[in-house]
Design a protein. Structure first.
Ligand SMILES: [Zn+2]
Length: 308
């Protein structure tokens, strides 16, 4: 049973917008692709657990906890009976080899950051967290390689590593564990969610300014600027995706708020940001319908979204 779904982190959203609207350096681009790939792997694992695990297993995706001034993140936590299973999901792709306890990309000389060490750290901190909060659960950590195009030469025989061909039997094994929910599991799940710290340690963002970013509405699917607009619809010339003008404008407003939390949202600025929607009247109508107008005259803004 899915207790906590995953959502895209703000940092990934910001990097995606910046990647479309400015020239990122090689390193920044790498950072963006790394985040994107990691997220895609986690979502792929979420799909597997959601569709394969039985309802007696609690699934919590993406939990960030702080304990004794250390933060740790668990990609997926499964709670079964008296056991909590933290899963570290890796979306590695290509050929790697394992030597002297380290993982190496075949094409590189230096080993990569050891995911088993990361898993061990998670286990240690989770142990402290459970103890501090009076929970008596066994911890059974797993390192999950989700990408079918991942291959590891000289792989260690380690029960806590799940390779892509083992995913199916891993799900079956979890389902076969006796599970008898008695309230403690829910209590732990609720506590983890309550302590979930949304503000992850923010990595350094590339410097950006409103004036240096490319303006225009991007496609919601492929992020391209090849957008044609008629009265009600936007159409992407690159991938063919269609979106209503209203949805696209709201999406653009939310983008802008994420990039510039202190910016005053006005009809003029959204008109400038979206570009493709020619009529200011249309922009104003959409803003008035979906956002609360606060203040008067030149101090007015549409920063607060109305609840659906
Ligand atoms: Zn597109």
């Amino acid at each position: 049973m899915l207790i906590k779904p995953r959502s895209e982190s703000d940092i990934l959203k910001i990097m995606r917008i910046l990647n479309a609207r400015m020239n990122l350096s090689e390193d920044e681009k790498k950072q963006y692709l790394y985040l994107k790939k990691g997220y895609e792997g986690e979502v792929a694992f979420d799909l597997l657990t959601a569709s394969n695990l039985n309802s007696e297993i609690f699934i919590l995706n993406d939990i960030m906890i702080e304990i004794n001034h250390s933060k740790f993140q668990i990609d997926s936590s499964l709670i079964i009976q008296d056991t909590i299973i933290p899963c570290e999901v890796k979306n590695y792709e290509g050929n790697y080899f394992y030597k002297d306890g380290e993982f190496h990309l075949c094409s590189a000389k230096k080993p990569i950051t050891n995911p088993l060490h990361q898993l061990k750290r998670t286990e240690t901190l989770l142990q402290q967290y459970l103890k501090k909060n009076g929970f008596c659960f066994r911890i059974l950590p797993y390192l999950v390689f989700i990408n079918p195009k991942f291959f590891l030469y000289q792989a260690p025989q380690n029960d806590s590593i799940i390779f892509p061909p083992q995913l199916r039997s891993f799900m079956e094994k979890l389902n076969s564990r006796p599970s008898n929910l008695n309230g403690m599991q829910r209590k732990l799940a609720d506590k983890l969610i309550a302590d979930h710290n949304i503000e992850s340690p923010y990595p350094k963002l590339p410097p950006y300014k409103y004036h240096s970013l490319q303006k225009g509405t991007t496609c919601a699917i492929c992020n391209s600027f090849f957008i044609i607009c008629d009265e009600r619809k936007l159409k992407c010339d690159a991938c063919g995706a269609e979106e209503s003008v209203e949805t696209a404008v709201i999406r653009s407003v939310e983008e802008l708020k994420l990039l510039f939390p202190d910016l005053k949202i006005t009809t003029n600025i959204i008109h400038d940001w979206c570009r493709v929607v020619e009529s200011k009247k249309t922009i104003r109508r959409i803003l008035t319908k979906n956002y609360q107008l606060v203040g008067y005259g030149k101090y007015s803004n549409f920063n607060t979204k109305l609840e659906e």
